[in-house]
Design a protein around this ligand. Structure first.
Ligand SMILES: C[S@@+](CC[C@H](N)C(=O)[O-])C[C@H]1O[C@@H](n2cnc3c(N)ncnc32)[C@H](O)[C@@H]1O
Length: 231
């Protein structure tokens, strides 16, 4: 018999001003994962097959910590959890939040620009990668690289809002365990050039599925899932 368990949101605190505080996009991901796990499967993948999970651009650590909570509730779900961010403040904040959620040194953290500082030992290792990226088009000042502040990393996705995701896509295959069960989840916005992004995704060999969409003020926020389908 399959039992549905109550999975709480992680407790999150952060007073460091450069760090993205969880918002609708963060909870769109978490709520989807909460619905898609049971005693045997995560979004259709057998729990035992998931060995390594990465939360790219972890911010306060909310998604990585949520996966730690899932591990505590589902005995067959026992992957190693990794979290990374370009900002040192995010790593500091995520480590503090891990402790706030009664876990210590269970998550492995990297301060890294996308995958650039990841060790070679993690090559082809990740079954699940989650990225809630900066996905909005740059403001004119940031385009000229003037006045870019730490917090701009939370939202500024490049000229069309997709450039950081495109670099992520180029680096992704080296670290994805694409020959075994895998999914990559990411958030996109109707304010960015989604058509161009989807063309790029197909060109580099992935299938893109739009899983859920919410409308917030001036934009649709979309939860997408990628799977690698060809060499
Ligand atoms: C929209 S926030 C999401 C934070 C968190 N995952 C959440 O859902 O609440 C985007 C995060 O990506 C990080 N980020 C931006 N550019 C990055 C890069 N090149 N490499 C790694 N992290 C990056 C930002 O610092 C920020 O923490």
């Amino acid at each position: 018999m399959i039992t549905i368990k109550f999975v709480p949101d992680p407790l999150i605190e952060c007073d460091l001003k450069n760090v993205y505080y969880p918002s609708d996009d963060s909870y769109l991901l978490i709520d989807y994962f909460r619905k898609k796990i049971n005693d045997d499967l995560f979004d259709g993948i057998k729990l035992e097959e998931i060995e390594n999970v990465l939360d790219m651009g972890t911010g306060t650590g909310i998604i990585a910590i949520f996966f730690q909570i899932l591990k505590s509730l589902y005995p067959k779900f026992n992957p190693k959890i990794y979290a990374s961010d370009i900002l040192e403040d995010s790593i500091i904040c995520a480590k503090r939040n891990e402790i706030l959620n009664k876990s210590k040194n269970k998550i492995t953290y990297f301060q890294s620009d996308l995958f650039k500082s990841f060790p070679e030992s993690l090559r082809s290792k990740f079954n699940i990668i989650v990225f809630n990226p900066p996905y909005l088009p740059s403001s004119p000042l940031i385009k000229e690289n003037i006045n870019k502040k730490g917090i701009d990393h939370s939202w500024e996705g490049g000229y069309k809002g997709i450039e950081i995701l495109i670099v992520f896509l180029k680096e992704l295959k080296r670290f994805l365990n694409y020959e075994n069960a895998h999914f990559v989840y990411y958030i996109s916005s109707s304010r960015s050039d989604i058509d161009e992004l989807e063309k790029r995704i197909i060109n580099v060999g992935y299938k893109n599925e739009k899983l859920e969409k919410i409308h917030i003020f001036f934009e649709d926020i979309i939860l997408n899932r990628l799977q690698y389908i060809k060499d």
